[in-house]
Design a protein around this ligand. Structure first.
Ligand SMILES: [Ca+2]
Ligand SMILES: [Ca+2]
Length: 278
């Protein structure tokens, strides 16, 4: 194929080989038989295939460029599509956040209105309570003014009511008269009570029966409620049981034992009714 001994064509005979070399080609020779030399490069078959190869190269490059551009375009479309999806998601989340904020604002507004209404209700109740307290206070004052801890014609002292009879009777009759009113003959349990009753004797200072006697056992004095005598206010020299005296009468100077059949005024006693503010 590349025989360096091939003769030149007749038309090239006489021309220098260097003149026949394409521009840029140069000689080289290894000087051995059967080896390649600069004169045979490029090979003719290569020169024959050069243009088709070049054309194929350009066509292939063009196709690869088209494929690459198509891929880039598809990637761009995919990127744009994903970007739009992300944007839509962001818009959706923003709308949701705005909706949640609106709900929170509405809830806070309703809570504020509820608290305001609650305060108004509480203030109204407080005012009502104040009005009720004032009304109760005024009512107590009125009741106090109207309250009568003791019935008419009875006298009130501390927590007791006393009736000073306008009639006279024996001690036993006087006792029954008091019991008929649900009371007893007076039982004196303190010096204050003794002084109060003594000062309320009538202007004639007439004696009055009280609920003390030794009828059951001479010398042993008991009150009408069966309690034994404790503190006593006997007048000097009393009780002397002169002529069988078993019943006690209140006199200006204290107590005296007198005959139970004696006609005397008497004093009944009962517990007073409670009154407000008293
Ligand atoms: Ca006696
Ligand atoms: Ca006496």
């Amino acid at each position: 194929m590349c025989d360096p001994a091939d003769p030149k064509p007749p038309e090239l005979a006489g021309l220098d080989e260097d003149a026949l070399m394409p521009s840029g080609w140069s000689h080289f020779s290894v000087g051995t038989q059967g080896s390649w030399s600069a004169r045979s490069f490029p090979a003719p078959w290569l020169r024959r295939l050069g243009f088709p190869l070049l054309l194929a190269f350009f066509v292939l490059s063009f196709i690869l460029s088209i494929i690459t551009l198509t891929q880039v375009f598809q990637n761009q479309r995919l990127y744009n599509s994903e970007q739009e999806a992300v944007q839509e998601k962001l818009n959706y989340l923003s709308a949701q956040l705005k909706g949640d904020q609106d709900l929170r604002d509405k809830g806070q507004l309703e809570a504020s209105q509820f608290i305001e209404q609650l305060n108004k209700t509480l203030n109204l109740k407080i005012n009502n309570q104040l009005e009720a307290s004032k009304f109760t206070e005024q009512l107590n004052k009125t009741l106090s003014a109207l309250c009568r801890p003791c019935p008419c014609q009875w006298k009130f002292y501390k927590d007791s009511c006393y009736y000073f009879s306008v009639a006279q009777a024996s001690w036993e009759t006087a006792r029954k008269a008091c019991e008929a009113d649900g009371t007893n003959l007076a039982i004196i349990s303190s010096s204050e009570e003794q002084n109060y009753l003594k000062l309320n004797l009538d202007s004639n200072r007439r004696p009055r029966w009280i609920g003390l006697s030794d009828k059951k056992k001479e010398g042993t004095w008991h009150w009408v409620d069966e309690t034994a005598l404790g503190q006593s206010f006997w007048n000097e020299g009393e009780p002397n049981n002169a002529g069988d005296e078993d019943c006690c009468e209140l006199i200006p100077n204290g107590w005296n034992d007198a005959p139970c059949s004696k006609e005397n005024y008497w004093i009944c006693e009962k517990k007073a009714s409670p009154c407000p503010m008293l």
